[in-house]
Ligand binder design. Structure first.
Ligand SMILES: [Zn+2]
Length: 389
């Protein structure tokens, strides 16, 4: 009897382990990257016509953090190639997350807090070297995009240089289903504390780097950390190395002091790849309007997110309102889209439904020429000026 009980227990345990390994990753992805349920969006004929004619770009999606095969369409998560095509997206920045603190919040996170991503990495059975190295984590995520570009070249192209960008635009004129992808990091703790890893990551295809995520790191303070400090000496060295290589700098999640320090140090424009405007949505996720003005003055871009902490709601209307606010504050040439899709946020729509933003912008009376800029032309122009050669 005892033997039978032991056998039953070990079989049950084995089945639970196998079940977790097989179904765990998609279960977690499905739970974390949901969309608010909604009836189909109302879209005017004018919006349909305009949307088809737009070049659309998004500066921020964390899709490579999950075990989805991006050439397939899923009924969970926010981004995959078929849904980008349906949304008429041309350019998609894929940002690699490498560490996020347990109990993550927008107000205050200790650097020493346990990391959520480690258990996700193990659950998703990523290579063992990614379990302890943050640099390896982002390189592994980049490898998924390199594989996608090789295996699905009809639908996806990785853009690494100005000549790639020119080739992409040429190809897209004949194939409107072609998506151009770029690689970025989220938080420079991904350097594992070593400046040499900036060049290593550049060689792996990363063309945009953000400095902080949810906690203070070796480069400086996070907007959601505990110190609020500016750039450290190491952070200044890192910025110089990024500028030397032509890496685009993203100050999303950085403390206001870091943003100011980068503005003082960098002769190049800078990005806020996913954010809202504090004056439109006074949340702990957003930095001050005066800093946004300085970013714009230096030729930078501010990309608007699609979730509540950025724009105070998650509807296409709230995104359109934030965009309209931004156009008034810093000018249409400095506002862009930065969804934060697949970034453990709850948007009100996925990448296939971006037409709802076009509709709301038209409804709000935004000029067609401004809509073109914000929805993607600004991203293309920024890349033409600031992507490495
Ligand atoms: Zn983020």
């Amino acid at each position: 009897m005892k033997r039978f009980l032991l056998l039953t227990l070990s079989v049950t345990f084995t089945l639970i382990v196998i079940g977790t390994l097989i179904f765990g990753p998609s279960f977690v992805d499905n739970q974390i990257n949901q969309i608010s349920p909604h009836p189909p969006f109302e879209v005017s004929e004018k919006a349909q016509k305009l949307h088809k004619d737009l070049l659309i770009g998004d500066w921020h999606a964390d899709s490579t953090l999950w075990n989805r095969v991006l050439s397939n369409q899923y009924d969970y998560g926010h981004v995959d190639i078929p849904r980008l095509q349906k949304g008429n997206v041309a350019l998609q920045m894929f940002t690699s997350v490498s560490k996020s603190p347990r109990g993550q919040n927008y107000k205050s996170n200790e650097t020493s807090t346990n990391d959520n991503i480690t258990s996700l990495v193990i659950l998703q059975r990523w290579p063992i070297k990614t379990w302890s190295s943050l640099t390896e984590r982002v390189i592994y995520q980049a490898s998924k995009i390199h594989t996608l570009a090789k295996q699905d070249s009809q639908n996806f192209m990785l853009i690494l240089s100005q000549s790639d960008l020119t080739e992409f635009i040429k190809k897209r004129n004949f194939n409107s289903d072609l998506i151009g992808g770029l690689l970025g990091t989220e938080g420079s703790h991904a350097l594992d504390g070593d400046l040499k890893n900036i060049e290593r990551l550049f060689n792996e295809g990363f063309r945009m780097m953000s400095l902080q995520h949810f906690f203070d790191n070796k480069l400086g303070g996070s907007l959601h950390g505990t110190s609020g400090k500016g750039l450290t000496i190491f952070g200044q060295e890192a910025i110089k190395e990024m500028l030397r290589l032509g890496i685009m700098i993203d100050v999303s999640h950085s403390s206001e002091n870091v943003v100011q320090d980068v503005l003082d140090l960098s002769h190049e424009p800078i990005l806020v790849s996913h954010t809202g405007f504090y004056g439109h949505c006074p949340s702990a996720r957003n930095i001050s309007d005066s800093l946004m003005k300085e970013i714009a003055k230096k030729g930078g871009l501010v990309a608007i997110g699609f979730w509540k902490a950025a724009v105070c709601d998650n509807t296409p209307k709230s995104v359109a309102e934030a965009i309209q606010y931004g156009i008034e504050l810093i000018g249409a040439k400095h506002v862009a889209l930065g969804s934060d899709f697949d970034g453990a946020v709850l948007p009100g729509f996925d990448s296939s439904e971006l037409i709802a933003i076009t509709h709301e912008l038209l409804e709000a009376g935004v000029e067609e020429s401004d809509i073109r800029l914000v929805m993607g032309e600004n991203m293309l122009n920024y890349l033409k000026k600031n992507l490495a050669n």
